[in-house]
Design a protein around this ligand. Sequence first.
Ligand code: G3P
Ligand code: MG
Length: 244
Amino acid sequence: MIRVPHIIAHRGASIEAPENTIAAFRIAQVRGVNWIECDVTLSANDQCVLIHDDTLDRTTNGTGPIHQQDLSTLRTLDAGAWFSDIYKGERIPTLDETLDTLAALYMGVNLEIKPSGCDAMVLARKVAATIGNRRDVPILLSSFDPQVVAIMAELCPGLDCGWLVEDVPADWKAQYTALKAAALHVDQEQLTAEKCAEITGENVPLICYTVNDPDRARTLLSWGVRAIITDNPALMTTAIPPIR
Ligand code: G3P
Ligand code: MG
């Protein structure tokens, strides 16, 4: 499995900058974290763009489903002012632009493939086509959608794809194996020492989200969690020294 650092910035440094924007990614690096997690989905004309929700309302000055707007319209929207005037003018990033920026910053990415509201297989293929043969950015793919996880090894040979879950299903190992997943990404609230031991005991890399309490982060890492995904990289890098 790809080497990931023990701290990954969730949607960038999303506690202090608008999530899933280039500004949030740059600030994560300033705070000492060189991997970000971000959410990729499709515009109406099947272009890969970064946004978490399936509507524009919360994180832009637009309204309605993102999947009903072409890229040209999406790019006119403001994705920063909702957070703070400081970030007025931030745009919804394309995946291309994001990878170019991360490459220039020597950063890596956990790219969460999020089909909510669009066709999952079209999204998977578009993400694969956008990544193409570029290997200038370390990429760990992930998705809550099992069909996406299952197809990424075929679409992106050589790239790993993690399987995202909220809670860990009782038959997680059988499903994980069938999906040919490369890591298990779990909601940290569902994890116990016993559950972590069960997963890591199977040599399955365990990543958890979203951890904003340094004490909880230390506990999870002591239980064998490979990486924690946090909104607050500044706090985490201050509280937790580099360990690998
Ligand atoms: O990839 C970890 C985490 O981002 C999954 O949940 O809803 O924040 O995308 P969500
Ligand atoms: Mg996400």
